[in-house]
Ligand binder design. Structure first.
Ligand code: 5GP
Ligand code: MN
Length: 371
């Protein structure tokens, strides 16, 4: 079931909601949404906001689509999947991400066209897989895009509803699953290119259909994408089975320094470690998931010192333990079992702060069980 938010002062009946000079836009957002059935997994059970989003896209002239900084497979897959659909619709559009496409997703068709600093006269922004505006990073220039409406399409439970239209569905396992619904709403026929990008998003965010949110609806979406021509074995091979040797060496270093703090397992990756292993870009999220597989732990954390000196905190938890609230308290966000934040501090300070928050949260979450 979708959780829809409306940004403050931007309700449907509000004058401030009107896009300057665009009666068409106002018309689109005021159009009555279709009645939905909650039990069905067909596209007609999609949240009302998907209708609004589709109407706005149809009316827009030049669309800027942005995914989150340090993009993962869902961010890039959703961005490209929607990009190909906009291409089919004949819409002017720009695809942007503040950080470069990670090597493991460079195989996706169109990845070379993603820009870090978009230019142009856009009349609509679509944010994908971002729980807050900060996650758009430098790809979203607040000055030049002032007044341009944002459609916020996301599946994070921590989404703050920063868009003019907020289609937030934490029951979706991936934003790519929502983009699939949107493409169907836009009546764009799926093709193998689009389907590959979207399946890449679903496969990576579910870690190969292994996360607790892998519902029949997710499998149904994946089936539609495979039927349209996406190859599950090829995607799996690209995103899970191939890694540079430097990453494996780095994991070796990080794993040999692993620590257990109560039921929290953690390790860290410094700039020096990355350089010594010959790694130029940041590693994938496989390490933190692997750590969390330790029987002795309920929560896994990896602290990564980034090139800009800030610390990226990547967390995973066992089913039943929520870490998204801790991430949010630390200025980040995520899902109940996979969350993160970025801290401007040293590795030691970040570790002390995050571990203290996690210990406290774990105590609160497990206390009733001890009676
Ligand atoms: P990962 O550990 O794979 O980087 O991130 C896990 C989840 O937490 C992802 O859904 C990601 O979008 C979210 N996340 C990671 N870091 C941040 C952050 O700094 N801010 C927010 N809002 N979400 C984050
Ligand atoms: Mn996602």
């Amino acid at each position: 079931m979708s959780k829809a938010y409306r940004a403050e002062g931007a309700s449907l009946g509000d004058e401030s909601f009107e896009l300057s000079g665009s009666a068409e836009f106002t018309e689109a957002v005021k159009t009555k949404p279709q009645q939905r059935s909650e039990s069905s997994v067909s596209i007609f059970s999609a949240p009302d906001e998907s209708q609004t989003a589709a109407q706005l896209i149809r009316k827009a002239q030049d669309i800027l689509v942005i995914c989150h900084v340090m993009p993962d497979g869902d961010a890039i897959g959703s961005l490209l999947g929607l990009g190909w659909a906009l291409h089919k619709l004949g819409k002017e559009h720009t695809l942007a991400c503040a950080d470069p496409v990670p090597d493991s997703f460079a195989y996706l068709p169109g990845s070379e066209a993603i820009v870090t600093h978009p230019e142009g006269n856009h009349d609509l922004v679509i944010s994908l897989d971002c729980s807050d505006l900060k996650r758009l990073g430098a790809a979203y220039d607040q000055d030049s895009l002032r007044g341009v409406p944002i459609i916020n399409i996301d599946h994070h439970v921590t989404n703050v509803g920063f868009g003019r239209v907020n289609w937030v569905d934490p029951s979706s396992a991936a934003t790519a699953q929502m983009v699939l619904t949107l493409i169907e709403r836009l009546e764009v026929p799926l093709d193998p290119t689009m389907a590959t990008c979207l399946l890449n998003g679903v496969v990576t965010d579910t870690r190969g259909f292994r996360t607790p949110n892998t519902t029949p609806a997710v499998m149904e979406a994946a089936t539609r994408l495979m039927t349209a021509g996406a190859s599950l074995p090829e995607i799996t091979e690209q995103v899970f089975n191939r890694r540079p040797l430097a990453v494996i060496r780095l994991w070796g270093r990080a794993l040999s320094a692993v620590q257990l703090d109560g039921r929290i397992i953690w390790t860290e990756i410094s700039q020096a470690m990355k350089h010594e292993c010959g790694l130029s870009s940041d590693s994938d999220d496989g390490l933190v998931s692997f750590l969390t597989s330790a029987c002795e732990a309920d929560v896994g954390v990896v602290f990564i010192e980034k090139d800009d000196g800030t610390i990226d905190v990547s967390m995973r938890s066992m089913s039943g333990i929520d870490i998204s609230s801790v991430a949010m308290r630390l200025g980040g966000g995520g899902h109940p079992q996979a969350a993160g934040c970025n801290l401007s501090s040293s590795l030691v300070e970040a570790r002390e702060r995050v571990l203290a928050e996690l210990r406290h949260s774990l105590l609160e979450q497990t206390a009733p069980l001890q009676h």
